[in-house]
Design a protein around this ligand. Structure first.
Ligand code: PMP
Length: 357
C-alpha cells in the first residue's frame, strides 16, 4: 500500500453499458435512439468552421439555452445546459443536496444516484418500490435533504402520474425535488407545467434518447431562475466551458426541428407497443414502460443466461445483477422494427439449456 493511499478519495464508479466494437451488433443495451438525429444537425455540422475552434466556446451556451427556452416556453434564465444529463445531474447534486439529512430516491432506479451521493458525501436513504415496482408517494414525506427520482423510472419504465409528482413536490417545500425526465418524450407528461407553481422543483432532460444525440453529450435542467443561478455558480467554480462549440451548434439545430422529433419519437412508441405485445405472447412479464426500453423477465429463463446467449448471437441488452429483486430482469432498448424482429426471431427459438450442450 502506498503511503499516500489514506489521503485520497476512493469511490466505486458507475458502470455504463457496453459499447461493442463490432458495428454489426444489434445494440439494445444503452437506451440510445436507433434513428439518426434531425437532418438540420448534419447541416450544422457541415457549417462548423474549424478556424473558430481556436476560440473558447460561449460559456453560457446561450444559443442553445435560448432555443430550449423557446421550445418549452420558459425564460432563458430557467435553463442550465451541460455535458449530458449525467453532467447536469451531478452539478444539481453538488448544488442542491447540501444538507446533513439524507436525500431520498427509490431502491430500484438509475444506478448513478448513489454514485454521485457517495462522491459528494451526501447521505442518502433508498425508498423501496412497492411490489408492482411503483414509487410510493408517502415514502417521500419524511424529513429529508432532497429528493430525486426519474419519471418514467429506470429501468422499470413505469410512469408516475403528474398528480403524484406534484404531491411529492408540494410536501417538500424546504428541499429541492429533482425529476429526472430522461425518458419523458416517449409518452409521459413532463412536470414542466408545475415549474411556475413550485420553486423547489428541478427538471432534468437529455438529448441522448429522444433527440438521437447520445454521442454529442447534451443535457439540461429547467428550474426557477434563482436556483439555476446557484447551479451556474457551482458550474463556474468547476469548469466554465462544459459545452463545446460543436455541441452548442448541433444541439441548437436538433431542437429547431420539431416535426422530425415528433415523427421519430412516435416511431419508437409504435415499435415499443408492438414489442410489448410480442414479449407477452412469448410468456415474458413485461411492464407498461413509457420509456424507449422495456423491462422484461421470463418465469422459465434465467436472465443472466439469456443475456449471455443473446450476446453470443450479437444482440446486446442490459442485465443488472443488483438489486436482487430485479436480477432476473433484462432491460431491452427499443430499436428499429428490424432489430426487434431479429431479437424476437432469436427468442422464438431460444431454449434455456442450449448453452449447456
Ligand atoms: N437519467 C437516467 C434515468 C438515465 O437512464 C440516463 C441514461 N443513462 C441518464 C440520466 C443520463 O443520460 P445522458 O447523460 O446521456 O444525458
Amino acid at each position: 500500500m502506498s503511503k499516500w493511499e489514506n489521503n485520497i478519495r476512493k469511490v466505486v464508479p458507475y458502470v455504463p453499458g457496453e459499447q461493442p466494437k463490432d458495428t454489426s451488433a444489434i445494440k439494445l443495451n444503452t437506451n440510445e435512439n436507433p434513428y439518426p438525429p434531425a437532418p438540420g444537425v448534419a447541416e450544422a455540422l457541415r457549417n462548423l468552421d474549424p478556424a473558430s475552434f481556436r476560440l473558447y466556446p460561449d460559456p453560457s451556451a446561450s444559443l442553445l439555452t435560448e432555443e430550449i427556452a423557446k421550445l418549452y416556453g420558459v425564460g432563458q434564465d430557467q435553463v442550465f445546459v451541460g455535458v449530458g444529463s449525467d453532467d447536469v445531474l451531478a452539478m444539481a447534486f453538488l448544488t442542491c443536496f447540501h444538507s446533513d439529512k439524507p436525500i431520498l430516491f427509490p431502491d430500484i432506479t438509475y444506478s448513478f444516484y448513489d454514485v454521485w451521493a457517495d462522491l459528494f458525501r451526501i447521505p442518502y436513504e433508498k425508498q423501496p418500490l412497492d411490489e408492482t415496482f411503483r414509487i410510493r408517494t408517502e415514502d417521500y414525506k419524511k424529513e429529508n435533504g432532497g429528493i430525486i427520482f426519474p419519471n418514467p423510472n429506470a429501468p422499470t419504465g413505469l410512469f408516475m402520474p403528474l398528480d403524484a409528482v406534484e404531491e411529492i413536490v408540494r410536501a417538500n417545500p424546504g428541499v429541492i425535488v429533482i425529476v429526472d425526465e430522461a425518458y419523458i418524450d416517449f409518452g409521459g407528461t413532463s412536470a414542466l407545467g408545475l415549474l411556475s407553481k413550485y420553486d423547489n422543483l428541478l427538471i432534468a432532460q437529455t438529448f441522448s434518447k429522444s433527440r438521437s444525440m447520445a454521442g454529442m453529450r447534451i443535457g439540461f435542467l429547467l428550474g426557477n431562475p434563482a436556483l439555476i443561478r446557484l447551479i451556474n455558480d457551482c458550474k463556474y467554480s468547476f469548469n466554465s466551458y462544459t459545452m463545446s462549440q460543436a455541441a452548442i451548434a448541433l444541439g441548437t439545430a436538433a431542437v429547431r426541428d420539431r416535426e422530425y422529433f415528433y415523427e421519430c419519437t412516435q416511431k419508437i412508441i409504435r415499435t415499443r407497443e408492438r414489442a410489448k405485445k410480442k414479449f407477452l405472447e412469448l410468456g415474458f412479464l413485461c411492464g407498461d414502460s413509457m420509456g424507449n426500453f422495456l423491462f422484461v423477465a421470463h418465469p422459465k429463463y434465467r436472465a443472466a443466461e439469456l443475456f449471455a446467449a443473446l450476446k453470443d448471437a450479437g444482440i446486446y441488452v442490459r442485465h443488472f445483477c443488483t438489486p436482487e429483486r430485479i436480477s432476473n430482469y433484462l432491460r431491452v432498448t427499443v430499436g428499429t422494427d428490424n432489430e426487434m424482429d431479429a431479437l424476437f426471431a432469436f427468442l422464438e427459438q431460444y431454449r434455456p439449456d442450449d448453452r449447456s450442450n
